[in-house]
Write a protein that binds this ligand. Structure first.
Ligand code: NAD
Length: 300
């Protein structure tokens, strides 16, 4: 009996691990790869998956998923030092599920075409919880026939799947979503500190926001478990949030759209990320805001 064609999966981080794990659990033959060798080995042990020590391991890969920090790293893995594209069988489908600047595809797509592959983008929203539950929102851009080939995988990893247009349109959508989400997180933290200084309990304020018009994804899912708890452990890095905001900002510039409020949000995220370092969770932006204000959130 011939072995089934493999699904390559590069980037087994906070998101990639549960996404690739769900593909394993659904019965797909997965070949995983991560720059962190220990993580890669642990993935193989946990899910009984194959792992790739080099690009040659993808010789039987029919569809390859990338779930890497940003577009520059995706380009490096596919056509730069990683050289993965050249090792895929002709006619493979590359599915970039990372969040990154769509301009990264300018270096990748000429090689995709020259080698006879196809490529779509499919960034996601829903966090590590959505990745574990297989309920991610997937925004996918590219040729319809290519997206059709990815649908059986998307149906395992995602809940809602949107076709957003051409290649890169998913990335634009994702970056703009995260601009809205991150701005709401930061303004919510400012609201809580201001309320506390007025004499209101920030936990009560968040509960009221949650059933009032100030409600947003942060009041609902982030403030109580990750900010007021002081755990700052949502599983989404602040450096990744800052990167998404830079992408959104670049899209605003490209489309010549004046966005003064967003400009400030991008600057704040960037400064917070630089101050708190590469390992900070995005909810730790509260620490940076608190320091500027000179007060700490203390729910009673
Ligand atoms: P992460 O930092 O946890 O994981 C990234 C993984 O990529 C790491 O395991 C790292 O070792 C690996 N890696 C880095 N460079 C590599 C290379 N050259 N070759 C192979 N592996 C390499 O990040 P994450 O939270 O899993 O996010 C991945 C992508 O998904 C990012 O673009 C992020 O913005 C996006 N995203 C994250 C979330 C979230 O809640 N964490 C939600 C939606 C989208």
């Amino acid at each position: 009996m011939t072995r089934p064609e493999a699904i390559g999966f590069i980037g087994l981080g906070n998101m990639g691990w549960p996404m690739a794990g769900n593909l394993c659990k659904a019965g797909f033959r997965v070949i995983g790869m991560d720059a962190d060798g220990e993580r890669q080995a642990a993935f193989a042990d946990t899910f009984g998956a194959e792992v790739a020590e080099g690009a040659e391991a993808f010789a039987e890969t029919d569809r390859l998923i990338t779930m890497l920090p940003d577009g520059r790293i995706v380009a490096d893995v596919l056509v730069g030092a990683g050289d993965v594209l050249r090792h895929l069988p002709q006619g493979s489908l590359v599915i970039d599920m990372s969040s990154g600047d769509p301009s990264a595809y300018e270096t990748i797509t000429p090689e995709v075409e020259r080698l006879g592959h196809a490529m779509i983008d499919a960034p996601v929203s829903g966090g590590t919880g959505g990745a574990e539950a297989g309920t991610l929102t997937i925004m996918t851009g590219g040729d319809d026939a290519a997206i059709d080939r990815a649908m059986p995988l998307f149906e395992v990893m995602g809940g809602k799947i949107f076709r957003t247009g051409g290649l890169g349109s998913g990335q634009a959508m994702k970056a703009l979503n995260n601009l809205a989400s991150a701005t709401a997180l930061m303004v919510t933290i400012e609201v809580l500190i201001t309320a506390q200084r007025f004499g209101l309990d920030p936990a009560m304020v968040n509960s009221i926001l949650n059933v009032s018009t100030g409600r947003n994804n942060s009041t609902d899912k982030k403030i109580a478990p990750h900010v007021l708890s002081r755990t700052f452990d949502s599983g989404f890095g602040l450096s990744l949030m800052a990167k998404d905001l830079r992408t959104a900002h670049a899209i605003a510039e490209r489309t010549k759209t004046p966005v003064p409020l967003s400009d400030l949000a991008v600057q704040m995220a960037q400064q917070a990320s630089e101050a708190l370092g590469p390992d900070a969770d995005h909810t730790a932006v509260a620490l940076w805001i608190e320091e500027r204000v000179g007060d700490t959130l203390k729910p009673s």
